[in-house]
Design a binder for this molecule. Structure first.
Ligand SMILES: Cc1cc2nc3c(=O)[nH]c(=O)nc-3n(C[C@H](O)[C@H](O)[C@H](O)COP(=O)(O)OP(=O)(O)OC[C@H]3O[C@@H](n4cnc5c(N)ncnc54)[C@H](O)[C@@H]3O)c2cc1C
Length: 396
C-alpha cells in the first residue's frame, strides 16, 4: 500500500499475535489503519466487545504514506458539489467535514495522544492565471456558513510570500503524525479490551444472524457487526460504480525551521495533478502530489519515485524559492477516491451486519473520523442524512 520511506516510521513496532482459534465478538474490524483505529476507539467507547485484524502491522498501509493534512475542504469544491447535488446536500458534506476535523482534534486533546497534532490554517491556491473561480467558491462557502477569507494575488504575496493569482485561507484544519495518531487510538481501544490480531480476511458470509469471516489460516470470526476498513483494497462483497484508485508521491526535506512559510499553513492547490504541502514539528517541508490513476501496482508506482521526487522538488522550488530542497524522505502510496469526491460510508448493500468505509480521496483522515462516528451511530441504532449522501451504492 506504500513504497519508499515516509518520516513517520520512527520507532519499531511490536509484532501482533496471529489468530490461532475461531472467535466471537460484537464487532470485527478488518484493517487497523487510521480508519480501523478510529472505529475501534468509537466502538469500545460504546461498550462493544471488539476484535481487530490486520494482515500487516497496524498503521503500515496507506496511513504510513499519508501526509496527514487534516483538511475539512473536500477534493471537490463546494461549487462543484453544488452543481452535482444542490446547495443543501453539498453544504451538509462540507459542514460535516469541518466538524469532523474539530471532533478529531478534541479526541486527541481528550486522550492526550502524542501525535504532533497542531491547529493549522489552510491555504487553497489558485492554480491558473485567474482566481475568479476561487472567489466564487469563497462566496458560496460564506453562504454555507463556512469560515475563510479570500486573498487577492497582492494580499497572498504580502501575507504568505506565495506568488499565485489568489487563494482562500481558512481556519479549522490541522496536521499530525498519522502513524502515532493511529497507534495511539489503537492503544486506547486495546486498553478498553479490544483484541488486536494479525490475520487476513478472505471470505465473508452474511447469510445468517451473525456475520462469519473466514481467515487465511482457516480460523473464523463470528461477529454481529463487521466493519471493513481495508484502505483502497475493497473485498468483492463491496461494489461501487464510482470508486477508483490513485497513487500519490511525496517528499520531505531535511529540517529547516528557519525557512518555513508563515505559520506552516497547510497549502494545497486547485489543479488536476494536485499539489499539497505542509511542514512538520521538526521543521521539514513535505510536498506531495503528481497523482496518477495509471501507476497503481506497487511496482509501477514505486518505480516512479525517483522521477516524481525530482518533479516535486522543482515544484517546491517554484512554490517556495527560499526552501532548501535537499530530500531526506521520498515515498509513494495508493488511496481510493470517488468520482464525486465524497466518501463511501455505511452499510454494505445485500450483506446484513456488514459496514464499510472507503473512497476518501485526499481527505482520508477527516473522512475516517466521520466514518467512525456514522458507523458507531448506525450500530447503536441511529442514522443521519449523511448516510444517504455517502451511500455505497450511489451512482455519483
Ligand atoms: C501519498 C499520500 C498522501 C496522503 N495525504 C493525505 C493527507 O494529507 N490527508 C489525509 O487526510 N489523507 C491523505 N491521504 C489519504 C490517507 O492516507 C488514506 O485515506 C488513509 O490512510 C486510509 O486509511 P485506512 O485506514 O482506511 O487504510 P490503510 O491505512 O491502507 O489501512 C488498511 C489496512 O487494512 C489492511 N488490510 C487490507 N486488506 C485486508 C484483509 N483482507 N484482511 C486484513 N487486513 C487487511 C491493510 O494491511 C492495512 O493495514 C494520503 C494518501 C497518500 C497515499
Amino acid at each position: 500500500m506504500h513504497g519508499g520511506r515516509s518520516p513517520w516510521l520512527g520507532s519499531a513496532q511490536r509484532p501482533v499475535s496471529l489468530v490461532r482459534e475461531s472467535l466471537k465478538c460484537d464487532a470485527l474490524i478488518v484493517g487497523a489503519g487510521i480508519t480501523g483505529s478510529l472505529i475501534a476507539e468509537r466502538l469500545t467507547r460504546q461498550g462493544l466487545d471488539v476484535v481487530l485484524i490486520d494482515r500487516e502491522l497496524p498503521g503500515r498501509g496507506s496511513t504510513t504514506a499519508s501526509t496527514a493534512m487534516l483538511l475539512w475542504e473536500i477534493d471537490r469544491s463546494l461549487s462543484q458539489l453544488t452543481e452535482a447535488y444542490g446547495f443543501e446536500r453539498a453544504s451538509r458534506a462540507y459542514r460535516a467535514s469541518l466538524e469532523a476535523v474539530a471532533g478529531l482534534k478534541s479526541l486527541v486533546l481528550q486522550f492526550g495522544l502524542s501525535c504532533e497534532l497542531r491547529d493549522k490554517n489552510s491555504l487553497y491556491l489558485a492554480a491558473g492565471y485567474t482566481a475568479k473561480d476561487l472567489f466564487d467558491e469563497h462566496q458560496l462557502r460564506a453562504r454555507a456558513g463556512l469560515p475563510g477569507d479570500f486573498l487577492s494575488h497582492q494580499m497572498l504575496l504580502e501575507r504568505y510570500g506565495v506568488a499565485r493569482a489568489g487563494a482562500i485561507v481558512s481556519p479549522g484544519a490541522a496536521d499530525a503524525d498519522p502513524v502515532q495518531l493511529s497507534l495511539g487510538l489503537l492503544r486506547i481501544a486495546v486498553a478498553r479490551g479490544a483484541r488486536l490480531f494479525e490475520g487476513e480476511a478472505v471470505e465473508y458470509d452474511a447469510a445468517s444472524r451473525a456475520v462469519c469471516v473466514g481467515l487465511d489460516g482457516g480460523c473464523q470470526i463470528e461477529a454481529r457487526s463487521v466493519i471493513l476498513a481495508t484502505g483502497y483494497v475493497m473485498p468483492s462483497i463491496v461494489r461501487s460504480n464510482i470508486q477508483t484508485t490513485s497513487s500519490s508521491w511525496a517528499i520531505a526535506t531535511r529540517p529547516q525551521p528557519q525557512n518555513l512559510w508563515k505559520d506552516g499553513t497547510l497549502i494545497w492547490e486547485d489543479s488536476k495533478d494536485y499539489l499539497y504541502a505542509r511542514t512538520t514539528l521538526a521543521g521539514r517541508i513535505i510536498i506531495g502530489g503528481e497523482d496518477s490513476d495509471r501507476a497503481i501496482t506497487p511496482e509501477a508506482r514505486d518505480r516512479l519515485i525517483p522521477e516524481k521526487s525530482r518533479r516535486l522538488r522543482q515544484k517546491l522550488a517554484a512554490l517556495w524559492p527560499m526552501a532548501d530542497t535537499e530530500i531526506e524522505f521520498r515515498w509513494a502510496g495508493t488511496f481510493d477516491t470517488t468520482s464525486d469526491g465524497l466518501p463511501l460510508i455505511g452499510p454494505v448493500p445485500g450483506a446484513k451486519g456488514v459496514y464499510a468505509a472507503y473512497g476518501y480521496g485526499g481527505n482520508g483522515i477527516t473522512f475516517s473520523f466521520l466514518a467512525a462516528q456514522l458507523i458507531g451511530d448506525l450500530i447503536a441504532g441511529s442514522g443521519s442524512p449523511l448516510l444517504g449522501d455517502f451511500a455505497l451504492d450511489r451512482d455519483g
